[in-house]
Design a binder for this molecule. Structure first.
Ligand code: CP
Length: 298
């Protein structure tokens, strides 16, 4: 049984194969009946637009169907049922489970109790591997993945998409340039793991100064929902904003990515610039997740 819990479970060949497959799918070279009769259970215990709908769209495009739970309140976990029991039961109704949960480690726990493959669609401040596949896919549409200078901007402490992407890029000899409010640095354990793999992590305070050297800006939202109170969130909110003026000195090939949703990190005037790739990035979620579903269900 093939679960997808962490991007760290993949080596470079495994990632490249999945991205290649997504590329074929995007060129319409796929069997639209590949998952006929299969059922995907979509267990989302946190809000989502992109991840939930693109997994459901991916399943439909492959001939399958999906069942969805959109919150704790909408299922029997509201009556005190454990996640373990919920997963045990749901795995009897479906051929795979996609789960999003506010607690780090929840997807791995789900995999222990499931009798069908589990895909982690975000576990608290932990990992978001399907997002990373589409992030890498989007970068690869513009430039090779090897040896990138990428700026990780925003909430690097709680931002699970940044965690997964940093881990993946360590396989591609990236230099990670971090820019974040004080207290929102990459978790020490992750930074140590990356350093142990030989990944260069360079901390910066001045975004404008580094933009001319960057290939990718990976902008993230401050994860308000993970802060203990509003005051500590508002201390760091609105720390960074990407504007056309800021990008004036950028390389021609620089791309701006954001997993979305954005709040105020990217000025809407950036949307019209050729650097802006975040809406294309979210569209790439469908072919990438089709490739993931085929990998776990075939
Ligand atoms: N990027 C992402 O995970 O978006 P959603 O929260 O809308 O799924």
């Amino acid at each position: 049984m093939h679960h997808i819990i962490s991007i760290g479970d993949f080596d470079r060949d495994g990632i490249d194969r999945l991205l290649d497959h997504a590329g074929q799918i995007q060129k319409k070279k796929y069997d639209a009946h590949a998952l006929d009769g299969r059922i995907l259970a979509v267990l989302f215990f946190e809000p989502s637009t992109r991840t939930r709908l693109s997994f459901q769209s991916a399943m439909a495009r492959l001939g399958g169907t999906s069942l969805s739970v959109g919150s704790v309140e909408a299922c029997s976990m509201a009556k005190g049922e454990t996640l373990a029991d919920t997963v045990r039961v749901v795995s009897g109704y479906a051929d795979a489970i996609v789960i999003r949960h506010p607690k780090e480690g929840a997807a791995r726990l789900a995999a222990e109790f499931s009798t069908v493959p589990v895909i982690n669609a975000g576990d608290g401040a932990g990992q978001h591997p399907s997002q990373t596949f589409l992030d890498l896919y989007t970068i690869r549409q513009s430039m090779p993945l090897d040896g990138l200078d990428i700026a990780l901007i925003g909430d690097l402490r709680y931002g699970r998409t940044a965690h997964s992407l940093a881990s993946a890029l360590s396989l591609y000899n990236a230099r990670l340039h971090t820019i974040c409010p004080k207290g929102l640095e990459l978790p020490a354990t992750l930074a140590a793991q990356l350093a142990a793999k030989g990944t260069e992590i360079i901390e910066h305070d001045n975004l404008e100064e580094i933009i001319p050297d960057m290939d990718v800006l990976y902008v993230t939202r401050i994860q308000r929902e993970r802060f203990p109170d509003s005051a500590s969130y508002f201390n760091v909110a609105s720390s960074y904003r990407i504007t056309p003026e800021l990008l004036a000195g950028a390389k021609k090939r620089l791309i701006v990515l954001h997993p979305l949703p954005r709040v105020d990190e990217i000025d809407p005037r950036v949307d019209a610039l050729p650097h802006a790739r975040y809406f294309e990035q979210s569209r790439n979620g469908v072919p990438v997740r089709m490739a993931m579903l085929m990998q776990v269900m075939q």
